[in-house]
Write a new protein. Structure first.
Length: 136
C-alpha cells in the first residue's frame, strides 16, 4: 500500500469484498504482501465503524455498515510466490494498458488483450459498468 491514495483504495476494496460476502456468505482476503500492520488496523476499524455515503435517492448522509463477513485478518502473500496474486497483477496491468497503452503495447496490439478476458469477468460486481468493473 504505497502512495497517497492507498488507504482509500484498500478501504474501497475491503468494502466491495464485504458487500460481495454479504450476498454470497463469508470470505477471506489474500492481498499482496505490503504494509501488513496498516491493513490490519484498517480492517479492525472497519469492523467497528464503516461509514458509507448514502445513495443520492435516499438523501444526504451516511450509514454505518461494519465489515462483518471477512472471517479473519488478511493472509498476506508475496506475489513472487503466489500465482493468484500474479494473475491479479497481470489483469490490472492489462486493464491499465487498455486505458493508457504504452508505445510497445500500441505497436504490438497488446492494448486489446484485456478484451480476451470478457468471458471471465464478474459482471454482477457493478451494475453501472457493462463489464462489471468498479471504478474509483
Amino acid at each position: 500500500m504505497d502512495g497517497p491514495h492507498s488507504g482509500l483504495l484498500e478501504r474501497a476494496r475491503l468494502r466491495r469484498l464485504s458487500t460481495w460476502d454479504r450476498r454470497q456468505g463469508y470470505g477471506h482476503d489474500l492481498p499482496d504482501d505490503t504494509d501488513q500492520a496498516k491493513l490490519k488496523r484498517l480492517l479492525g476499524r472497519m469492523r467497528r465503524f464503516n461509514p458509507i455515503p448514502n445513495v443520492v435517492q435516499f438523501g444526504a448522509g451516511y450509514r454505518d455498515t461494519p465489515v462483518d463477513r471477512i472471517i479473519e485478518y488478511p493472509s498476506f502473500r508475496d506475489s513472487a510466490e503466489s500465482y493468484y496474486i500474479q494473475v491479479a497483477d497481470l489483469i490490472a496491468f492489462l486493464l491499465y494498458q487498455e486505458t493508457a497503452p504504452s508505445a510497445y503495447m500500441r505497436k504490438t496490439g497488446g492494448q486489446s488483450y484485456f478484451r480476451r478476458l470478457a468471458p471471465l469477468l464478474l459482471r454482477q460486481a457493478s451494475s453501472s459498468e457493462p463489464r462489471g468493473m468498479v471504478r474509483l
